[in-house]
Design a protein around this ligand. Structure first.
Ligand SMILES: C[S@@+](CC[C@H](N)C(=O)[O-])C[C@H]1O[C@@H](n2cnc3c(N)ncnc32)[C@H](O)[C@@H]1O
Length: 207
């Protein structure tokens, strides 16, 4: 039977509901948890004893995944412009990552010790004006990339959420120049209709 647009929409909503229900069932704050879990299933970057920064962490489901899977022996620092309720084993900084003062606060916390992993799910509030939203996420992507280049250990890893659109390829090229292996990935938990895409970059190249 040919699938109509309506039945496709129904399917997508159904899949969305599935992840919303699963998040509730497993005690995660949002369905976004499954994007990190699926990325980790594919690339296996979450390791005990890691030092990790989670950018754009609120409401906190990625941090919850980190806390549950590797929290006991790892150091996890999360940053968001919005408030986030406490999560065991996670240190939180509330502030706008675009601001120098917030970056400095985060850097002071790192106490000159490098990181194993930087993950960024930062995204602007969607205005609906495509070009504006796109430029805003690319700017956040570039800030996250710069931060990863400064703070990751050699061979450290970087996971970043972006949107396919203007300047995405240019940004991907920037990532490829700095890491040994770079792949793009759309987790099943990501809505088909969204232009969201993840870049996973492994093994930071020495400068
Ligand atoms: C898709 S949500 C992140 C969801 C999160 N990974 C989770 O699993 O709960 C995107 C987040 O990026 C944050 N954000 C956007 N711009 C930011 C900025 N300039 N500095 C810090 N956080 C920012 C938003 O406040 C929002 O909470």
């Amino acid at each position: 039977m040919k699938r109509t647009k309506t039945s496709k929409n129904w399917m997508h909503e159904h899949v969305d509901d599935f992840y919303v229900n699963e998040a509730q069932r497993l005690g995660y704050r949002s369905r976004a948890a499954f994007k990190l879990l699926q990325a980790n299933e594919k690339y296996k970057f979450l390791k005990q004893g890691s030092r990790i920064v989670d950018l754009g962490s609120a409401p906190g489901s990625w941090s919850e995944v980190l806390s549950k899977l590797i929290g006991e022996r790892s150091r996890i620092i999360a940053v968001d412009i919005l408030a986030m309720q406490n999560i065991k084993n996670v240190e939180f900084i509330q502030g706008d990552f675009r601001e120098e003062a917030v970056l400095l606060k985060l850097e002071r916390k790192l106490e000159n010790e490098q990181l194993d992993l930087v993950i960024s799910d930062m995204a602007p509030n969607i205005s609906g004006i495509k070009v504006k939203d796109q430029l805003e996420i690319i700017y956040l992507n570039e800030l996250a990339l710069d931060f990863s280049l400064k703070w990751l250990k050699p061979n450290g890893h970087f996971l970043v959420k972006s949107f396919v659109g203007t300047d995405f390829e240019k940004f991907l090229g920037q990532v490829k120049r700095s890491y040994k292996k770079v792949t793009t990935f759309k987790p099943k938990a990501s809505r088909d209709r969204s232009s969201e895409i993840f870049i996973y970059a492994r093994d930071l190249l020495a400068n």
